[in-house]
Design a protein around this ligand. Structure first.
Ligand code: NAD
Ligand code: DAU
Length: 332
């Protein structure tokens, strides 16, 4: 395996993966990315042109996808419409990209017999009660709540069907909430960090009791690479780093780290259908493939992320006003 086709490689997690691959392997990478509002070519700046090529294009473009897949040894599929709030107000692009886009890639992988790794989310499993002792495992039944998570669930099922019916050599990973550099300011952690930098009070949906299981994007990348190289074909692996925190705790940590009073935030309108809690049991990945996360300490990972947003205002500033105007129009 020498050349990877990475879809969505100009987005948050995809670009972190491309950086990780360049630093830790010999592989060359072709990124296929439509550069939607969520994609940013600057997230790939500084990477060697001899190893990373960016092709601007859509994963629903069958001819383009076919040609790029033919040149690749493996496809790592990150491209998606990824934001729950957007999916509540404008679901259609989620069906196009997450369902039809995944179908288009699978057809190319089938034709060219290309190894396929599908990036998915823990949200396909729905949510857990706060006091539930169980966490999500590979056996948890699918029960998605939002248009976003239902299209991700649909894409997972397509991958399984193309594996079983057509022999596509596929693996799937379902990961919990990522944080780190290059994340769009619409998402929770960067929104609050950049709000504080701009002198805007952080915004907490509802009471702030919702729990997310945070993992650093670098740890997600190392897990995906491990599955790509060592995972068993046809298998699903859950990725998580035991990082459960409720949203109120995270906002308080951000404010404290940024030298503000811990209660200097506002409660705003809650998200419709807001999932209460996600929690991942990643035993299978750890015991079968020997993966372990490196960013064990959430506080120091968060501090490094805050420093990155302070140092890279030119990366996020062009999106900030538009994003806040959208939220303001929804009372959030
Ligand atoms: P993102 O929104 O930051 O990036 C998505 C990228 O896909 C962007 O660069 C965008 O331009 C590109 N894209 C969108 N539609 C496209 C299309 N039709 N054709 C080509 N490119 C297109 O998303 P992210 O947070 O980096 O998520 C990446 C993947 O990881 C998604 O599949 C998501 O479901 C999954 N995931 C995300 C998280 C998380 O915490 N963010 C956790 C688990 C899984
Ligand atoms: O669990 C994995 C998922 O994590 C991924 O599949 C998604 O692509 C990714 O966006 C993320 O989904 P969430 O909906 O959990 O992430 P988000 O950053 O939008 O919100 C995290 C939590 O913070 C959630 O409980 C909603 C809350 N929130 C969000 C925003 C933007 C707030 O309280 N205030 C905010 O301003």
């Amino acid at each position: 395996m020498t050349r990877l086709l990475v879809t969505g490689g100009a987005g948050f997690i995809g670009s972190n993966f491309v950086h990780y691959v360049v630093e830790n392997t010999e592989y060359d990478v072709t990124v296929l990315d439509a550069l939607t509002y969520a994609g940013n070519r600057e997230s790939l700046a500084g990477l060697p042109e001899s190893r990373v090529r960016l092709v601007e294009g859509d994963i629903t473009d069958a001819e383009l996808v076919d040609g790029l897949t033919a040149e690749a040894d493996a496809v790592v599929h990150y491209a998606a419409e990824s934001h729950n709030d957007n999916s509540l107000h404008s679901p259609r692009p989620f069906l196009d990209t997450n369902i039809i886009g995944t179908y288009t890639l699978l057809e190319a992988a089938r034709k060219h017999r290309t190894r396929f790794h599908h990036i998915s989310t823990d949200e396909v499993y729905g949510d857990l009660e706060l006091d539930d002792p169980e966490r999500f495992t590979e056996q948890t039944p699918y029960n998605p709540s939002s248009p976003y998570s239902s299209t991700k669930a649909g894409s997972d099922l397509l991958v399984r069907a193309w594996g079983r019916s057509f022999g596509v050599e596929a693996t799937i990973s379902n990961c919990s909430n990522n944080y780190g550099p290059y994340q769009h300011v619409e998402k929770f952690i960067p929104r609050q960090i950049t709000n504080v930098i701009r002198g805007i009070r952080p915004k907490l949906y509802g009471a702030g009791e919702n729990v997310r299981d945070w993992i650093h994007a670098n740890d997600h990348s190392s897990a995906v690479l491990t599955i790509l190289e060592k995972g068993r074909i046809g298998e699903t692996y859950l990725i998580g780093a035991d990082g459960e925190r409720n949203n109120k705790e995270v906002v308080e940590l951000i404010l404290q780290e940024m030298g503000q009073p811990r209660d200097a935030y506002d409660h705003v309108t809650d998200r419709a259908g807001h999932d209460l809690r996600y929690a991942i049991d990643s035993t299978k990945l750890r015991t079968e493939l020997g993966w372990t996360p490196q960013f064990a300490d959430f506080e120091s990972g968060l501090a490094a992320t805050i420093a990155w947003y302070r140092d890279n205002e030119s990366w996020w500033a062009p999106s900030k006003d538009r994003t806040e105007a959208f939220y303001a129009s929804k009372g959030q």
